[in-house]
Design a protein around this ligand. Structure first.
Ligand code: FAD
Length: 520
């Protein structure tokens, strides 16, 4: 995918786009794919890299949301379970079935959670991934050999989906391009165009050249997550905020802490949260927290107390207590929670909300990765109406995503590429230097850097190490050691000089500091 060619399309398109989507996270990419699949001329602009925001910082679960069962939100669970099934069908190379064990340490937990999870099975119906089961102590320990044994009474196992969030974002980007869509990263929207009261486009700046572009559109969708209120204020300076951001942090540990194939799900921590310890790309991801915040930096930092909370809870459930020095990486993300007052005005029946301003600007926010497709469909329905586009039905429920193909389970690191994997392998055969590993502690090869630059619009070494691969999350120190080699390849691919290379390495080193907790 050629960024320069995309930029030329923006500069040369004489007529208004049917739809311009602002924001390249799960929601914006979902809306862009939905619009392009309906045949609308669609442009997506992202201020940083695709999935740089919340969408690369999730727990990596495609799930119905067992926690909603607790609050009796059956409708939400049903919608998410349906979307889970849809995604598994449309992107089998990116979502896998995972067993989750709920350990029981108190007599009533086994029957109580067993009954709740039977309801989850029932709601999933035909979309179910396998029935939940009660486990005795031996079976629980077989599933999670390193589970704390003291007081263990057994457990319950259920099935849910797991994915790689930033790779799904990249796949949506590629799907969008396959459908004829135009997408640009490093292109923030700085203003909105107007014709009288109506929004009729955006002003976006190409950060690589510094040039501003005035872009006309019939419909504009604001899918900027926790930043959506800033965009709404560009439209109406008096707009009342609709989002209350909440930070969630994860820590990443070596697989030795939890070597089995199953995840642990703790339905109720001391302060009433749900906690997961999930095997992912050969590591274990433990999270998350839920801390209301007012600041919304693009690089939120895990708080000291969040790390303590996660270490303390992991230690309760694992035989070996993890310490700060065991943390391979830690990362924070910001949930765009819809404020309750705003939810009421939006007639909220789901956990996402769509707001249509008098100017026609459509804002979509809230929700979760699992429901990105239905969110996209809702946003485009509303945008088509607001922009006076010819009504056309959504096609994404049955739209296979890029890389979809015969159900072959490829080994890491090829699995996430789906049918593109054979082209990557061919490239590595043609240029044997690219077949080597990026770093002994990382499951990635040099060929993936070249592919990311040529085919996936990676523009910086952070794009490659944080999102096209997940090196930053799997082992922040190893990714830093790999950075100079990655910068060499990227400089060659993008035609950059030594100054660019050195600046990239320095910027990456500064970024990595935020992914390693302070040790004390
Ligand atoms: P974002 O991903 O933040 O995207 C918004 C984008 O807009 C950003 O990339 C930003 O750079 C861009 N932007 C902002 N301003 C501008 C501008 N002016 N011009 C251009 N672009 C702009 N969901 C699940 O289904 N499963 C999970 O396991 C799960 N775990 C989670 C764990 C945590 C800790 C958190 C915080 C969330 C989790 N979620 C999960 C929810 C899910 O991650 C989010 O709902 C989803 O990623 C939000 O996507 P978004 O596109 O709305 O926001």
């Amino acid at each position: 995918m050629d960024r320069d060619a995309m930029l030329r399309r923006v500069a040369e398109t004489g007529r208004p786009w049917d739809v311009v989507v602002i924001g390249g996270g799960a929601t914006g990419l979902g809306a862009a794919v939905d619009a392009a699949a309906r045949g609308y001329d669609t442009l997506l602009v992202e201020q940083s890299d695709f999935a740089k925001g919340t969408s690369s910082r999730s727990t990596k679960l495609v799930h119905g949301g067992v926690r909603y069962l607790k609050s009796g939100d059956i409708g939400l669970v049903l919608e998410a379970l349906r979307e889970r099934g849809t995604l598994m069908r449309n992107a089998p190379h990116l979502v896998r079935n995972l067993s989750f064990v709920v350990p029981a340490y108190v007599w009533w937990e086994g029957p109580f959670y067993g009954a709740g999870l039977k309801l989850y099975d029932l709601l999933a119906g035909e979309m179910g991934l396998g029935p939940s089961r009660r486990l005795d102590i031996a079976a629980t320990l077989k599933a999670i050999p390193t589970l704390e044994r003291e007081g263990l009474r057994g457990g319950v196992v259920y099935q849910d989906g797991q994915f790689d969030d930033a790779r799904l974002a990249t796949t949506l980007l590629l799907t969008f391009a396959d459908l004829g869509g135009c997408a640009l990263n490093y292109m923030p929207v700085e203003g909105l165009g107007r014709a009288g009261e109506r929004v009729n486009g955006v002003v976006a700046r190409d950060l690589e050249s510094g040039q501003a572009h005035t872009i006309a559109a019939r419909a504009v969708i604001n899918a900027t997550g926790v930043y959506c209120d800033a965009l709404r204020r560009l439209d109406d300076p008096a707009a009342v905020p609709v989002v209350a951001p909440s930070q969630g942090t994860h820590i990443v540990l070596d697989r030795a802490f939890q070597p089995g194939a199953s995840a642990i799900m703790v339905p109720h921590t001391d302060d009433g949260r749900v906690l997961f310890a999930v095997p992912w790309h050969g590591r274990v991801v433990v999270g998350t927290t839920d801390t209301p915040v007012t600041d919304t930096p693009l690089e939120p930092r895990p708080l000291d107390e969040e790390i303590d909370f996660l270490l303390e809870h992991a230690a309760r459930y694992l035989t070996r207590d993890p310490r700060r020095a065991d943390i391979l990486s830690c990362f924070a993300g910001l949930r765009p929670l819809v404020r309750s007052g705003a939810a009421a005005t939006a007639g909220l029946s789901r956990d996402h909300a769509v707001f249509v301003a008098p100017s026609g600007l459509v804002t979509i926010t809230g929700g979760k990765w699992t429901t990105y497709r239905s969110m996209g469909e809702d946003a485009v329905d509303r945008a088509a109406a607001a922009g006076g586009l010819e009504p056309r039905p959504s096609r994404t429920r049955t739209l296979p995503l890029h890389g979809h193909g015969p159900a072959v389970r490829r080994p890491e690191p090829w699995d996430v590429y789906g049918t593109d994997a054979s082209a990557l392998r061919r490239l590595a055969r043609e240029e044997p230097a690219l077949a080597g590993p990026l770093h002994p502690r990382l499951p990635y090869l040099a060929v993936q850097v070249v592919w990311a630059a040529r085919r996936e619009m990676a523009r910086t070494i952070e794009d490659v190490l944080a999102r096209r691969t997940r090196a930053l999350l799997l082992d922040a120190r190893a990714s830093l050691e790999a950075a100079p080699g990655v910068a060499d390849i990227m400089a060659r691919e993008l035609g950059r000089d030594a100054t660019w290379r050195d600046r990239q390495v320095a910027a990456y080193a500064a970024l990595v500091e935020g992914y390693l907790p302070p040790f004390h």
